[in-house]
Design a protein around this ligand. Structure first.
Ligand code: ADP
Length: 428
């Protein structure tokens, strides 16, 4: 390969979209000998990307390609702003009747056949670069354009069918996964109840007393067993909760809920974790807010998950704030932290089941350690509970940054009234 005429940037750039390696090499060798710079793409989408990035002076287009064929790629390229005038030349082994016309109707400027004639090929490419164009009569062009359009629609139809089938298969797999998870959690629940019972019995037999009432070393063993069993129980309950929510089987037991009490309860639940991490939790006096209709226990779980995350994703010494205000016929409960924040593009997905942002190595069994990831179920459970109350949940955060800590605000919008519920209680 030589650069006879000055610098590399002066060389004419040719993009060749071709899947056959033999043809790629041959064309590359021949054109490079004539001082062209040759870029190669093995299939259409990659070819379109490369064309956009490199802005070639000319494109050689194989027609029979895997995925999008050469005519489809040409039509697509012609629709892009910078490829109106770039010569696109079909280069194909198929010379059957109508083939050339259809390539030209799809937007090609010329039609060359393979195998290439080495002695003529560089000159032919040069001619197209200098403006040579093969054109069809108007009538012929319309006829072939119609065939091209029909073919495109046919291909689109079969792709849509393929996608629908793939989508159905994914949905089936997702259903299978969900019922497997539900089954496993229920199976685990039974032996766990036994374990809980024995752990309780053990404690009872040993006298429920202070540490000094236990035989040496036994207090720690009993405590360790208790903590472990409680944690497994929490995880399994979370999973069962998620599978109920996913299958729309969350039973709500609706009654009057005081937002002020709800917030106070949740704050109390996390008192120890907050103190251990030197975090302050500020909350407004919410006694003036109207009562809402809801399932108090489920709403506590929902809010508690959000506060637990605020604790996990706020570095020691930070601040968490819970506020609430009436908005139309609802109450907007907001948990704001001074933590690491959440990237905008992830803000929808964090509410999906099993979705965790951080690398799995950071997974931690702790419910309060800074940055310790969980199972990725907390927000899915919360969202399920809020939506079962016909409410809405979303997060506002500018970005994720563990140095500057932009923080996050989770909004839980809860309607005052539950739509399908008869007024089962008198307002106080
Ligand atoms: P996990 O059990 O992993 O905490 P969640 O469903 O509760 O799962 O949360 C999903 C992801 O959302 C978390 O892995 C975390 O990356 C992100 N996230 C949730 N809350 C916050 C928050 N307050 N600040 C920063 N990131 C958060």
């Amino acid at each position: 390969m030589g650069t006879r005429n000055g610098s590399i940037s002066d060389r004419r750039k040719v993009l060749y979209i071709e899947d056959d390696i033999g043809s790629q090499r041959l064309v590359q060798r021949v054109l490079e000998k004539h001082d062209y710079e040759v870029l190669i793409a093995g299939e259409g989408l990659n070819g379109i990307d490369l064309a956009r990035q490199a802005s070639p002076h000319l494109i050689l287009m194989d027609i029979n390609l895997p995925g999008m064929n050469g005519r489809e790629i040409t039509t697509r390229l012609r629709a892009l702003p910078n490829f109106n005038n770039t010569p696109i030349v079909a280069l194909t082994a198929n010379n059957s009747p109508g083939y050339r016309e259809r390539a030209l109707a799809a937007g090609c400027d010329g039609f060359l056949t393979k195998p290439i004639d080495i002695s003529r090929f560089p000159r032919e490419v040069g001619n197209y670069l200098q403006g040579h164009r093969e054109e069809l009569e108007q009538k012929e062009k319309l006829e072939h354009l119609k065939l091209h359009a029909e073919h495109l629609v046919e291909r689109l139809e079969s792709k849509v069918q393929e996608l629908e089938q793939a989508n159905k298969r994914l949905r089936d797999l997702d259903r299978m996964k969900s019922s497997f998870i539900a089954l496993v959690s229920h199976e685990l629940r039974t032996p766990l109840t036994l374990l809980e019972g024995y752990s309780h019995l053990l404690d009872e037999q040993l006298g429920y007393g202070e540490e000094e009432d236990y035989p040496p070393g036994v207090f720690n063993l009993v405590q360790g067993l208790d903590v472990g069993v409680k944690r497994i129980s929490q995880v399994i309950n979370e999973i069962i909760n998620v599978s109920r929510i996913a299958s729309g089987n969350l039973d709500l037991s609706i009654g009057p809920v005081r937002v002020n009490d709800l917030v106070a309860n949740v704050a109390a639940l996390h008192r120890e974790a907050l103190a251990a991490r030197n975090l302050t939790l500020a909350r407004d006096d919410l006694a003036h807010l109207p009562l809402i209709e809801g399932d108090g226990r489920q709403l506590r779980t929902a809010l508690s998950n959000v506060v637990e995350n605020a604790i996990k994703y706020t570095p020691d010494g930070g601040k968490i704030m819970i506020t609430a205000r009436p908005v139309g016929n609802a109450v907007d409960v907001v948990v704001t932290d001074t933590g690491i924040g959440i990237p905008v593009e992830e803000q929808r997905r964090i509410f999906d089941q099993f979705y965790v942002l951080e690398a799995i190595e950071h997974h931690s069994t702790s419910k309060s350690a800074f940055g310790g990831g969980g199972l990725g179920l907390g927000l899915a459970v919360t969202k399920g509970i809020i939506e079962a109350h016909s409410g809405r949940i979303w997060v506002e955060s500018q970005r994720s940054d563990d140095i500057e800590r932009p923080g996050s605000s989770f909004h839980l919008l809860l309607p005052l009234k539950q739509p399908r519920m008869a007024r089962a209680f008198e307002e106080e």
